[in-house]
Design a protein around this ligand. Structure first.
Ligand code: SF4
Ligand code: SF4
Ligand code: SF4
Length: 197
């Protein structure tokens, strides 16, 4: 009996740690959904939590939202920092969805998972360093994200090569967020999920 009690205690501790880790990232409601999910209300009405999109993803980019996500627990979500979506050209996640919760999209740029936002206060490029990791990680490079050359006032030698995300052309895949070398207190570029701008 004591052993069962110990197992239960360890299980509860693990669950609490998972909840704490989850709550330390995004608010539970602001989940980054797989491609084709679209507006949250439409997706919420159609997703039956069957898990087929998870099984179809060759990159294990989709996971199940945990209990801490409240009513969204059990629905599919992408944690971009852990494993971003690769914007597969044939979108196997969408093809696997039986309800249309993940609706077909016309091309990778139309995945509409969200839009990446840059925190210029954290971004190394805005501090005068040639980082550009987010730019080079982007599968829609030179369309969703470009580099803007900006001279620095009063500094004739060091310019800023600033990454710029173009809303409406960014798919929200999160590869930029996954690869960003900044982590303290968070990545300098993060995806704001569709419906939470
Ligand atoms: S597009 Fe590909 S990588 Fe992205 S979630 Fe779907 S199956 Fe996974
Ligand atoms: S396949 Fe569709 S219905 Fe099933 S969990 Fe994924 S999004 Fe929801
Ligand atoms: S989320 Fe980042 S990597 Fe993905 S399309 Fe947008 S800018 Fe490019």
């Amino acid at each position: 009996m004591a052993r069962i009690g110990t197992i239960a205690a360890v299980g509860a501790a693990t669950l609490l740690a998972a909840v704490a880790a989850w709550e330390g990232t995004r608010p539970p409601a602001a989940l980054l959904r797989p491609p084709g999910a679209g507006e949250p209300a439409r997706f919420d009405a159609r997703c039956i939590k069957c898990g087929r999109c998870l099984e179809a993803c060759p990159y294990q980019a989709i996971h199940v939202a945990p209990l801490a996500a409240g009513v969204a627990a059990g629905t599919p979500a992408v944690d971009a920092r852990a494993q971003a979506c690769r914007l597969c050209p044939d979108f196997p996640c969408i093809a696997a969805c039986p309800t249309g919760a993940l609706a077909p999209v016309e091309g990778r740029a139309a995945a509409a998972m969200g839009t990446a936002r840059i925190d210029e206060g954290l971004c190394l490029s805005f501090k005068g360093m040639r980082c550009e990791v987010c730019y080079r990680a982007c599968p829609l490079i030179d369309d969703a994200i470009t580099i803007d050359y900006r001279p620095r006032e009063g500094d004739a030698i060091h310019a800023v090569f600033a990454p710029v995300v173009h809303e409406g052309r960014c798919a929200g895949c999160g590869l930029c967020e996954q690869r960003c070398p900044v982590s303290d207190p968070r990545p300098a570029i993060e995806v704001v999920p569709t419906g939470f701008a």
